[in-house]
Write a new protein. Structure first.
Length: 170
């Protein structure tokens, strides 16, 4: 009877330990999901223009300085929300003056334009920027799109950038 009681008690302790371990693991995953931030510049290195193209084009920001949570893909330019929450994005777009082509881009969520930037002057450098806070569901996709017939410039100083971070989960 004494050994049977100890075996029973040991089984109960093991069961509680397994439940506790599962809860700790769930809290760890939840905590990791709450840590999401990225910043990237258009060009990995060097200097160059992107555009103009005759259609809207996804901008792929390849020089990633921060990608906590790996929700931004430097190979596709897409940010995919891994958790439901409120996110903040900002983008800074640089270009050179042109009499024909503006410096213009838009932030897109799930294929729909949300906010845009636009600047057109005949000469000199030009910079335009914008930002937005969005409620995203798991799997929502946010990216930057170069407007048709517009162009941007980037160089080793990384003037053309796209950043975002999770403010809080919902």
């Amino acid at each position: 009877p004494f050994i049977a009681a100890q075996v029973s008690e040991l089984a109960a302790v093991k069961a509680k330990a397994n439940v506790t371990e599962s809860r700790v693991e769930a809290l760890r995953r939840e905590g990791e999901a709450k840590r999401l931030a990225f910043s990237a510049a258009l060009l990995e290195s060097g200097a160059g223009n992107h555009g103009p193209f005759n259609t809207h084009t996804t901008m792929v920001f390849r020089h990633v300085t921060t990608n906590i949570g790996n929700a931004y893909s430097p190979s596709t330019g897409l940010f995919t929300a891994p958790v439901r929450g409120v996110y903040h994005f900002e983008f800074h777009i640089y270009g050179h003056g042109s009499s024909t082509n503006p410096t213009a881009a838009m932030l897109v969520k799930n294929g729909v334009q949300i906010f845009a930037t636009y600047e057109k002057q005949s000469e000199g450098g030009q910079k335009t920027s914008n930002g937005v806070t969005l409620l995203l569901n798991i799997g929502d996709v946010v990216f930057m799109r170069l407007l048709a017939n517009s162009w941007v410039h980037d160089n080793q100083e990384h003037h053309t950038t796209f950043s975002g971070h999770l403010l809080f989960t919902m």
